[in-house]
Write a protein that binds this ligand. Sequence first.
Ligand SMILES: Cc1cc2nc3c(=O)[nH]c(=O)nc-3n(C[C@H](O)[C@H](O)[C@H](O)COP(=O)(O)O)c2cc1C
Length: 354
Amino acid sequence: MPAVPAWSIVRPLLFRLDPETAHGAAMAALRTAQALPPVVSALRRRFLVEAPALRQTLFGRELLNPVGLAAGFDKDAVAVRGLAALGFGCIEAGTVTPKPQAGNPRPRLFRHSSAESLQNAMGFNNAGLAAVRERLLRLRPAPVPLGVNVGKNKATPADEAVADYELLIHAFAGLCDYLVVNVSSPNTPGLRDLQNEGFLRAVLRMATGITGRPVLVKIAPDLEEADAVRLAEVAVDSGAAGVVATNTTNDYALLPGAKDFGGLSGAVLREKSFRIFDAVARRLFGRAVLISAGGIGSGAEAYRRLQAGASLVQVYTAFVYGGPGLPRRINEELLELMERDGAKGLGEVIGAAR
Ligand SMILES: Cc1cc2nc3c(=O)[nH]c(=O)nc-3n(C[C@H](O)[C@H](O)[C@H](O)COP(=O)(O)O)c2cc1C
């Protein structure tokens, strides 16, 4: 069996590199690994938690566990097989825009290591609709349930944004298990202005007109709680299958020493993200699929989100700090908590606090 190097050795080496270079190196390693079936098998043996108690059917597909990879890690869906072998229950590719985009100038990704947080101003750097569509065609059947997160190009004016989303939903509806309309990145000027009732109604009317696939809306943590709940409800009433809460925050007061641009993620975002998720879930649990992201890095935190009403949690920043063993650790801790509480399956956990 090929050896998988220990994270305690790999992490200091990666963390000596600039964060985006380190991400590129990790992606290159995953791409190499996924091309070698014995390595994929070895990774799966080491990292995948097989437990009936963690399984559920979501979007018409069986999820092996409720720990997903958040959007932005594999924007172009180049390492889905490698990432799936690390034990994620679900992977969200993207954000993909219609045309390829270079994103903002570097440096645009920063570590705040002592706070287990990141700050990014990537600006939807991605290979664009055509290239990602090619990849997904070749990926079929995907190794785990797959979401595609879509966004408008930076150059597209707000009054033409629906057309961008239309192109993307057309292109990807047949190639994924769910779609996410991203209106919450802080790094595309004006994008968050699309978090309004009129736009959400229009985009969901369009989306539900062209696909039966579930379409979710991803919201920012920086909305007022009441606004977040109202917008999430408008989205669901207009046909959204659910809500992803939340994206990164531009509340720089959360972290002394933060830069004054881009979005903060990780531990500093945890409570803010939970509050918004919890408020949305109080209104929508039972009516929509709820996905929670933002500062999740432990089984205890994942459990809190599931109990609050999440069917799926997503991680990004804690995966960067915690390494490839993170999904396994979260899933094992979840199993311990479920055993402690006598819960035999996720059905007894999800929404238990509602
Ligand atoms: C470097 C980076 C890039 C991201 N890119 C995207 C993106 O393209 N689309 C998106 O919807 N969210 C993106 N996100 C946000 C994450 O999907 C997630 O919502 C957020 O980071 C909170 O989760 P976390 O605290 O576990 O990182 C990105 C986050 C980071 C750190």
